[in-house]
Design a protein around this ligand. Structure first.
Ligand code: GLU
Length: 381
């Protein structure tokens, strides 16, 4: 069982009186409860909460799903393909945004993102700057995945992970994921009567992950597992996360009176450096390098200046600068890092029996862009 953090600790850290910026993620089940179109029915308490946060000078960034559900009625197919869902998202995005916009007397702004945008450093910086400018000028940014341009390969996959990446990019204090379930339960509460809610989570370990099971929402694409992934990304960046039931209005009054209305996840005590966080939690690897035993042992001990002699296998197609996973020969993942060489060049060097030419290639990895995966999870709390 995970360590339970004291209420007193949480009060001074995870509650509203300490927030300056929040990311609020709203799932499709809330904005489009029957999966057919958007309705403001469940959004009134949430909108009131957003208004109250802004009155308290807390920046709010909204990540909202619902465009696919909003666009569904324009298409006949009952079981849409991914391509058709993208068309539905394109057709429904304006309605989703308008549904929110009607609830506020301040302007809202649409921001559409893809995972590909966030893994490109320049676009990542541009996104950060745009969101800050919107907030500085009093607008409410409303973010959704840009479904039209995503491919399976590039797709963030769910707005839970997207919201965590946005929280990290914008240095939010808290990520609130509003779902149709009260929080994380010890077991699936739909199946087991003895399931109990976990109020605070200090560390997202295997035991906590096993509680996520496969509970998914009937309307959106996410489930408890993607929420835990998001909470983990946020924690590594020093951000608190909540999973709450957005259908329950008292959740928002609880937040406003410094109470925990769901499950609260504590951040790492020693958050990752911004660049290393981006590498670990936002970029997606394009391939992998397998090290021999000697190379792996030295690498674990901190000698990260790998030579091509240490690399016994090169998998995937990647270019110079891309992110790769570094593994030992047993298949254990040691690090995520940017390479100095393409897969083509490295395969050639790793393959050739005469290693003398490898002397011309020294450091395989970019020294400033190496994220050790064990360190990333051992947060020294
Ligand atoms: N982008 C999708 C939409 O607006 C939702 C993805 C999700 O449910 O997480 O419908």
């Amino acid at each position: 069982m995970a360590t339970v953090i004291s209420e007193e600790y949480m009060k001074t850290n995870g509650y509203i009186s300490t927030w300056k910026r929040i990311v609020l993620k709203i799932g499709s089940a809330l904005i489009a409860p029957d999966g057919k179109g958007c309705s403001s029915h469940n959004l009134l308490a949430i909108a009131q909460f957003i208004i109250e946060c802004r009155k308290r000078h807390i920046d709010v960034i909204l990540v909202s799903s619902g465009s696919v559900a909003a666009g569904r009625s324009f298409f006949a197919e009952a079981k849409p393909s991914i391509g058709l869902k993208k068309a539905m998202a394109a057709a429904g995005q304006a309605e989703m945004l308008a549904t929110w916009d009607r609830l506020f007397d301040f302007p809202t702004a649409q921001v559409l993102l893809t995972h590909g945008d966030l893994t490109d450093k320049e676009r990542y910086d541009s996104i950060k700057e745009t969101i800050s400018t919107l907030l500085e000028n009093g607008l409410l940014p409303i973010i959704n995945e840009n479904d039209t341009v995503t491919t399976d390969y590039l797709k963030v996959g769910d707005n839970d992970n997207l919201s965590a990446m946005v929280a990290a990019a914008t240095h939010a204090d808290v990520l609130i994921m509003c779902s149709d379930i009260e929080g994380l339960f010890t077991k699936d509460p739909n199946k087991y009567d003895d399931a109990v809610i976990v109020k605070t989570v200090n560390e997202i370990d295997e035991n906590i992950k096993s509680m996520a099971g496969c509970a998914t929402s009937s309307v959106g694409t996410g489930g408890m597992a993607t929420k835990l992934e998001a909470a983990e990304k946020a924690a590594a960046h020093g951000i608190y996360s909540y999973i709450v039931n957005g259908f329950n209005q008292s959740v928002f009054t609880d937040f406003l009176s410094d109470k925990n209305p769901g499950t609260l996840f504590a951040p790492y005590a020693k958050p990752l450096d911004q660049d290393i966080h981006w590498l670990t939690h936002t970029t997606r690897e394009q391939g992998e390098l397998v090290l021999n035993k000697e190379g792996a042992d030295a690498f674990i001990l901190g000698d990260t200046a790998l030579s091509t002699d240490d690399v016994v296998e090169v998998n995937g197609n990647f270019s110079n600068g891309d992110t790769v996973i570094i593994k030992d020969s047993e298949g254990e993942e040691l690090a995520k890092a940017s390479t100095n060489y393409s897969s083509c060049l490295l395969s050639y060097i790793a393959d050739i029996s005469d290693k003398s030419s490898s002397n011309s290639v020294s450091s395989v990895l970019q020294e400033d862009n190496i994220a050790m995966l064990n360190e990333a999870s051992e947060d020294g709390r």
